[in-house]
Ligand binder design. Sequence first.
Ligand code: ATP
Ligand code: MG
Length: 273
Amino acid sequence: MTLSNEPLTLLEARHLTRIFGGGENEVRAVDDVSFAIHPGEIVAIVGESGSGKSTLARLLLRLLEPTSGQILFRGEDITALHGPRHLKTYWREVQGIFQDPFASFNQFYSVGRVLKKTLDLSDEKLSRAEQQQRLELALRNVGLDPTDVLKKGSHQLSGGQLQRVMIARALLVDPEIVIADESTSMLDASLRVTILNVLSELRARLQMTILFVTHDIGQAYYLSDRVFVMYHGQIVEQGPVEEVLHDPQHAYTRRLMADVPRLGGWGAKVAAD
Ligand SMILES: Nc1ncnc2c1ncn2[C@@H]1O[C@H](COP(=O)(O)OP(=O)(O)OP(=O)(O)O)[C@@H](O)[C@H]1O
Ligand SMILES: [Mg+2]
């Protein structure tokens, strides 16, 4: 039971910091970052190359150790958890989708085998038939025909199909939140919109929470409810996407937007509302 009207916090960062190197070579890739993400929202992290977006995503996925600061999941500090045995539950709830689907897909495996391996993460005892049903449902959820793709390897799929498979894989274990790091940047423009629509639909249908990392402010505008603007490892501006992008307060945000002359091209969101 909640005692206040505050929305529940799903994922929270408190003074999260990651420093690489030392001395003259020190890079504060993520520098004292704090925020809270609530269930069901889509939050975009935008920023230029090197601003620390992927480092932040990897910290949140617990694939990289923070130098200092905390990560809380549903109010529980998970920063103290180390190693696969202790992080297993967290990794089921917080799934990542990465930029290059070809790199994250074992090329010697079929789609079916890759998905089954992920399903093994789940503690549920499923019969073979139930497993098969689960795989087929996950693929249909991202608009793929299971009979067409299950037996195929990555080299037999298009980039867009493969990225959908990666989304299906992330959804298979029924996560609370998906962290997608530049997961559309390898795709051409029309496929990019298709994948954004897949994510947006999943949110609507499954009440999925999504943290969406992109250097493309137009994509952030199209997909997200809130936006965090990263600059030199810090969140320099955050707020509802319409507010931040229509009335940016920080000079850096304005500069980012100036680099995107086609922001008007993403106006479909406004037209659809
Ligand atoms: N493993 C590492 N060792 C040393 N420095 C690193 C490491 N990973 C990232 N960095 C540095 O941290 C900073 C942030 O990098 P990061 O990859 O998080 O940026 P990004 O915003 O994701 O950039 P891009 O848009 O190019 O993906 C950069 O200066 C980068 O060189
Ligand atoms: Mg990156």
